[in-house]
Design a protein around this ligand. Sequence first.
Ligand code: ARG
Length: 584
Amino acid sequence: MKSLTQKLSDIVGSAFKAAGLDESYGAVRVADRPDLAQFQCNGAMSAAKAAKKNPREVASTVVEQLSKNDIFSKIEIAGPGFINLNITDDYLNAHLADVAKDSRRGAQDAGQGQLAVLDYGGANIAKAMHVAHLRAAVIGDSIRRIMGFSGYKTLGDVHMGDWGTHMGMLIDDYISHNETALVNDTDLSSQKSIDALMDDMAMRYPRASAAAKENPERMARALATTVKLQNKEEPYFALWTKIREVSVLGMKSNYGLLGVYFDLWKGEADVHDYIAPMVEELQSKHIAVESDGAWIIPVARNDDKKEFPPLILYKRDGAVMYGTTDMATIVERVKLYNPDKIVYIVDQRQSLHFEQLFRAARMGGLVRDDVELTHAGFGTMNGTDGKPFKTRAGGVMRLDDLISMAIEKAKARMDEANIAKDMDAAELQSVAHKVAIAAIKFADLQNTRHADYVFDIDRLTSFEGKTGPYLLYQAVRIKSLLKKAGYQEDAFALSLQDVDRPLALLLTEFPEAVDAALKNYAPHYLCDYAYRLAQGFSSFYGNCHILSEENAALRQSRLELCAQTYKNLEAALGVLGIEIPERM
Ligand code: ARG
């Protein structure tokens, strides 16, 4: 269905057309000054400029047309030619009645069944998952939900880092210390055994990596091991297979705690068999060229303003690189799924890599020209000291520790706010978990994607201000209000007074928020909307009677507004990946 501003734009657009002007000038949006009008159209000024006419005259011709339409309760020209508009309550009511029946709450079917592959995991196997992977997961999972809500088919791929030099270093360390039994004897059916290997790897990898950096001999061995592994030689490949199985179990539990979902549990290694044929083809097309024993794709262009290093396909020792696996992953995704879009939700600092990749992929004809390739990059998560987030001891924070910390904080907050009194331990834990995840996700998602942000556990778990817990609290409050009132759906008939109208109008803005979030891969538009809606509800609740309203029609209308508010809030939080508890 069309959003309210789209419907109004159509109407005002026809009025421009009737005046012999382009209908695109009729674009209507929510007014900047709600005290003056509900909606505005600024098109008369640019239309007048193009037609060399007086803007106020253009505006009055349009207004004359519009006044024939009885959906407007007020039409005014302000300043140089702004057209200010109010709509009748009947029209607003009819629109919201349609929204109430719509599964997308008025938002568009923008995807129309197109397929998007989303790449937002990127955690590396054999390393403890840490906060660097948090943003990719939280933002990517939300983008997946927003696209799904908007009619796309989506495939979320975890795309683990499992095929690089770090694997060579780790495996070489097990072999050279004669400790391969630690890997081979790990029992996949025992959590204790799995945790033990995860801890061992978390300790071992930094040690092995530091040693290789210091000692050229160890580095040479690690690199040689990487090549042998990539050729699937034993015992390297069997060790790697076990390490990967264990790591995936650890990763699944971490992503599970966050409520982040993936359709595909693939990694860099899965595309290995695509590499040789792909490189051969690129060689035969002379897109891949030899340079000093390595095979590269020069991607620089004459008009580049910065330096563009080539994408390396094979190093001199024959090892494949990050760019190689990403190229082959495109080949695989096209072959298996034939997507219309591939979106990478990866740290902004990798933007050069993705520019190289996309150029190389286009040069090599890996995707149809109309397939969209996007790097939706994000900024760094900083600590309260403004530097990349670390533990108090200065180390990298493990993801599961961060989540536990947030849960503890959420429990304390619930205690302070007196909302956990009558909960048993299991309910308390489950609600605190939801509050903690809402706090972490909302704090992340409310920022524009590219911006760095400060992870401040005290602020983001607060029940006041623009936080996840505040939104959950408002949502639960509406839910319990409806329950207490014994609200039942009835014929949709709003009776709107001055205190009701702002909330009713706010309900109509949901599609714009979804649209902006979708077009820009930017969930913060939905955070803003959810927050404004919660605030709008809060003032509505404070300004009028609901439960105690004696006029039955007005009472039902207000309950209806509450119910619709809840549904929008639930939909907005839902696509942010935030779940509302039953009560709190
Ligand atoms: N494993 C990479 C890292 O930790 C991120 C992978 C992102 N996805 C991709 N297709 N390159 O930096």
